[in-house]
Design a protein around this ligand. Structure first.
Ligand code: SAM
Length: 272
């Protein structure tokens, strides 16, 4: 899994502004849910290029700190480049299931679109809880239901339709693996968090054209990028045409280009 994400880390660094832009409001809500304040020590797990952690640095200020953690070295390098010049930040190469730090280190743990890739969701949240100080806060963002996320679902559907299957296939890592708010809440409670809540937040995706949407999503969606890379040129072109058709039918035309719906879930809780 870390090799897959490592192979798309360059694209994630290149398009970090796009990702952070479309998730800006939802990220603010995630930081609110994690009750991040001046002077806090925060860790962002599965940080990728670190967009959520960077937003947290503005809140914790010079008396706080932010650790960017990911198990893909290329992603951590991107977070390091983007946080260069900020003295109260550091990077840590580790899986979210095994954080090589002492118990009760952080005031807040945040994970944006990473928890769904953990091998064991409850164990991953329990590990986050271990490094939280008593009373510390956890918040994770995941994608909401596939039907509410045409910006990503249609790109995956274009591949699935080409082969007459659902993509990603059943049982394979999927960005929509934690799209059920009830399940998400139960995971946090089973891990030992209290005052658990899950909210649904709209995070529309915008691009200057449907072609740009496809190019960017293709590069960022890890499982899609890897599968597409290994296909014959004529199969790729057929998928691209189908994706553009799907995109045209779902995109709303705006003065700046196109917009597509997206919904995220923000799950949060507190260590007792
Ligand atoms: C969809 S990207 C999200 C990146 C970033 N959090 C953001 O929102 O911009 C998923 C990230 O999770 C990381 N990841 C996946 N599984 C992981 C694991 N088990 N432990 C730590 N990081 C993981 C990947 O390397 C990748 O950086």
């Amino acid at each position: 899994m870390s090799e897959m994400w490592d192979s798309v880390s360059g694209a994630w660094e290149d398009h970090a502004g796009f990702v952070d832009g479309h998730l800006a409001e939802a990220t603010r809500e995630m930081l609110d849910a994690a009750v991040i304040a001046a002077g806090n020590d925060v860790i962002e797990l599965a940080c990728g290029p670190g967009g959520a952690g960077l937003a947290a640095t503005a809140r914790v200020g010079p008396s706080g700190s932010v650790v960017f953690a990911d198990d893909a070295p290329g992603m951590l390098a991107a977070a390091e480049h983007r946080s260069a010049g900020l003295e109260n930040t550091s990077t840590l190469l580790c899986g979210q299931e095994d954080i090589p730090l002492a118990d009760e280190t952080f005031d807040a743990v945040i994970i944006r679109h990473g928890l769904m890739f953990a091998a064991d969701y409850v164990a991953a949240v329990a590990e986050a809880l271990r490094v939280l100080k008593p009373g510390g806060h956890f918040a994770a963002m995941t994608w909401g239901p596939r039907l509410e996320n045409p910006w990503l679902a249609l790109a995956l559907d274009a591949v699935g339709d080409e082969f007459g299957m659902t993509f990603p296939p059943e049982g394979a890592p999927s960005p929509f693996a934690l799209d059920d708010s009830g399940q998400l809440g139960e995971i946090l409670e089973s891990a030992g968090l209290v005052s658990v809540g899950v909210e649904s937040v709209s995070a529309p995706m915008t691009a200057d054209s449907v072609e740009t949407w496809w190019d960017v999503v293709l590069q960022l969606a890890g499982p899609l990028a890897i599968a597409y890379e290994g296909m014959e040129p004529e199969v790729r072109e057929s998928i691209r045409q189908r994706a553009l058709e799907f995109g045209d039918s779902a995109a709303e035309i705006t003065p700046d280009g196109v917009a597509m719906d997206a919904t995220v879930l923000i799950a949060s809780g507190r260590r007792p």
